[in-house]
Ligand binder design. Structure first.
Ligand code: ACO
Length: 377
């Protein structure tokens, strides 16, 4: 065994590079994020989710004919079979992320005998998962689930299936932008989980199932639900200061703030904040918006010196609320978008695959005697 002084432990794999990638780059000091060289702000304003998925998976912006074909393929794979609908019905009271993890796993089960390429499997996952999440959303709200619409693009159709409302141009842009902003973010915990699983040459469904499990945690994608829980607990803007002070004094993490890479404002936060503000429609929305804004002011005042700034999850929750999504589904909405990045990284890493297998430095005892059961105290 090497001496402890001869090795270095990188807790949480901080600052460890495990591969080369050309999918995205984060400048954590400047607060910049690019997908394959294009700033995420540009894509959020001008592109569609389908185009960004193609770009992330295949490495170039699609030509018109390529995009049309890709859109058609995604549309034609949206529908759920009856078995899947029954399964969602059966487990409708489960947390949406628990059910989603199971849904992806079951998709793998029903496809285990079929000879599909990874690209076909990826198309199926990215097209059907939003339908499954929306199906669950509708029935858990006591509403009739809706079939996907062939008339609508991916993000607009997801909104329609979630809420039952046809999106206007503004909502379509917001939906496309929010899915694009959440589509990719380097080797974060869920993407890394996906890569670890696929590095064993396991299958795509297993890798995505693992990624969903990792995203669920409140230190990662689950933070958007936690932000909204906190906002509801705080209740009114006047209570923000004391609640944040209490949380800091008790060394609690404030959801929606802090990031392993960004040590300044997360560029996605700015856009989501703007859209949340634009979506405020009544006094109640205004109250929610003001609470989050006050949280931002207080945390920046107290913690920005430590490099803690708002992250993507701070405003996504209230934006989803204003769009009409139930709080329990916020992380599942994030997962619907992030499928793009998970799959892009699985494809990329598989081309230079090496099984991922780090080490833990052993600090336990050696030469321990094995005592028979009857002699143990
Ligand atoms: N609130 C209060 N203090 C915080 C926060 C926070 N949100 N985030 C970090 N800190 C503090 C830590 O307590 C630590 O303080 P210390 O040095 O006095 O012990 C210091 O900042 C550094 O934190 P680390 O844990 O080393 O940062 P790490 O990179 O490991 O964690 C993480 C990043 C998990 C995102 C963290 O900032 C956090 O828990 N944030 C809240 C949860 C959240 O919003 N997660 C979503 C992130 S974005 C995403 O995954 C989609």
């Amino acid at each position: 065994m090497p001496k402890k002084d001869d090795i270095k432990i990188f807790k949480g794999l901080e600052n460890i590079y495990i591969c080369e990638t050309s999918i995205s780059f984060i400048d954590g000091k400047e607060g910049k994020l690019v997908y394959r060289g294009i700033p995420v702000e540009v894509l959020a304003e001008k592109s569609t989710y389908e185009e960004v998925v193609f770009f992330l998976w295949f490495g170039h912006l699609p030509r018109k004919d390529e995009l049309e074909e890709f859109e058609d393929e995604m549309k034609s794979a949206r529908k759920l079979d009856e078995e899947m609908k029954d399964m969602i019905e059966k487990f409708k009271t489960s947390h949406p992320m628990d059910l989603l993890r199971t849904i992806v796993s079951i998709m793998g089960l029903s496809n285990s005998e079929k000879k599909k390429s990874d690209e076909e499997k990826a198309l199926e996952i990215i097209s059907k998962v939003p339908t499954a999440v929306a199906y669950h959303h509708r029935i858990s709200m006591g509403e009739k689930p809706l079939e996907p619409s062939d008339e609508l693009d991916h993000a607009s159709n997801f909104y329609y299936m979630m809420t039952g409302r046809s999106p206007d141009e503004k909502i379509s842009r917001i939906m496309n932008a929010t899915l694009i902003l959440h589509a990719e973010q380097g080797l974060n915990a869920s993407t890394f989980s996906a890569i670890v699983i696929s590095s064993t040459l396991s299958d795509l469904y297993s890798a995505i199932t693992g990624a969903v499990g990792a995203l669920k945690g409140p230190l990662h994608g689950g933070a958007n639900e936690k932000v909204m829980e906190l906002v509801e607990k705080i209740g009114k803007p006047e209570n923000v200061e004391s609640e944040i002070e209490k949380m800091i004094a008790q060394k609690h993490r404030i959801p929606g703030f802090g990031h392993r890479i960004y040590k300044t404002f997360d560029p996605r936060y700015r856009i989501l904040k703007r859209y949340s503000k634009e979506m405020v429609r009544n006094d109640e929305d205004e109250r929610y918006y003001r609470i989050v804004e006050r949280m931002e002011e207080e945390v920046l005042k107290k913690l920005s010196g430590k490099g803690i700034f708002p992250n993507v999850d701070l405003y996504s929750g209230i934006l989803y609320k204003f769009l009409g999504f139930d709080r329990r589904f916020y992380t599942a909405v994030f997962a619907v978008a992030r499928l793009a990045g998970w799959i892009a990284h699985i494809f990329e890493y598989s081309k230079m695959n090496k099984i991922i297998r780090p080490c833990g430095y052993y600090v336990g005892p050696m030469d321990v005697e094995y005592k028979p059961l009857e002699e143990r105290e």
